[in-house]
Design a binder for this molecule. Structure first.
Ligand code: AMP
Length: 283
């Protein structure tokens, strides 16, 4: 595995690969790798000739600077993981390599997708995500790029970004990888105690209950019942539970409102914001 800090040098190296007809798979991450990341890498390894991964804790997407400082950094273990996963190139830039003096920091038109739901609570977050992903796409120019369904709103933002700039990149969305108890894997789970981590399974269980309930009760009632249950749990602070059209993120109040309906949830528990989601219907 080759490690590049410079986007320009990586771009030159990958241009040579493309000239010889190689297809390039790209998995952007912020490190502190776990099995969720590995599932993306595995799939990308199977579907491409050359595999590029990036590790970059992007300051632009952290609206809360304390969260940025507390973000886990486990580079030695990550490098080992990536070598085992068959990564060819690791992009490991510094902040100055990504946002050099020549970088023009204009906001990207995300058609309002960045200011609703998660974006309403984290102003600037999706602009930060879109900017760094666009920057990396411009230099890696992958054939396919892989993202996790775990960050559902992010996948809709990235799909929009690719359409908006007419980028010739296939976006592949990979299913959520969960711990044995159902908790969605996340680098932030490391901040939970063992007991909290085991108890945090209530989030997944409540999504399963919601999915079952909404097929025999109106969706609004099912959401209200699940929200009431979550609000009754000690130590859990439900930030939102909302059902949306999975293509547009427009809120739906009935399963009949869209062909593709996804429940999005954020619960603050043990001092950590835990994100999860579940597809309720996809025709
Ligand atoms: P992050 O390092 O948190 O920015 O995540 C990098 C990529 O891995 C993103 O596309 C995430 O959606 C994806 N990812 C994170 N956790 C999971 C998970 N539990 N299952 C599947 N993909 C995940």
């Amino acid at each position: 595995m080759f490690i590049f800090k410079s986007l320009v040098l990586l771009n030159a190296e990958l241009a040579r690969q493309k000239e010889s007809g190689k297809e390039i798979g790209f998995v952007p991450t912020m490190g502190a790798l776990h099995h969720g990341h590995l599932s993306l890498l595995k799939r990308a390894r199977q579907e491409n000739d050359t595999l590029v991964c990036s590790i970059f804790v992007n300051p632009k997407q952290f609206d809360d600077k304390k969260d940025l400082t507390a973000y886990p950094r486990t580079l030695t273990a990550d490098v080992k993981y990536l070598m085992e996963a068959g990564v060819d190139y690791l992009l490991l830039p510094n902040v100055d390599d990504v946002y050099s003096d020549s970088y023009v920091d204009d906001d990207i038109d995300l058609n309002g997708l960045d200011t609703i739901i998660e974006g309403k609570l984290r102003p600037g977050h999706f602009q930060g995500v879109a900017k760094v992903v666009k920057r990396f796409f411009d230099f890696v120019i992958p054939t396919r790029a892989y993202f996790g369904q775990k960050d559902f709103q992010q996948t809709v933002v990235i799909n929009h970004l690719v359409k908006h700039f007419q980028l010739p990149i296939h976006i592949e969305i990979c299913p959520i990888v969960r711990e044995d108890n159902g908790l969605a894997m996340s680098s932030r789970n490391e901040r939970l105690s063992d007991e909290q981590r085991s108890k945090a399974a209530f989030i997944y269980k409540s999504l399963i209950d919601l999915k079952e309930r909404c097929f025999f009760k109106p969706l609004e009632q099912a959401i209200a019942t699940t929200s009431k249950y979550l609000n009754s749990l000690e130590g859990a602070d439900l930030e939102y539970l909302v059902c949306v059209n999975g293509d547009t993120l427009e809120e739906v109040t009935s399963l009949k409102d869209a062909d593709y309906v996804v429940a999005l949830i954020v619960v603050r528990y043990g001092g950590v914001r835990l994100l999860d989601n579940m597809i309720l219907k996809k025709n």
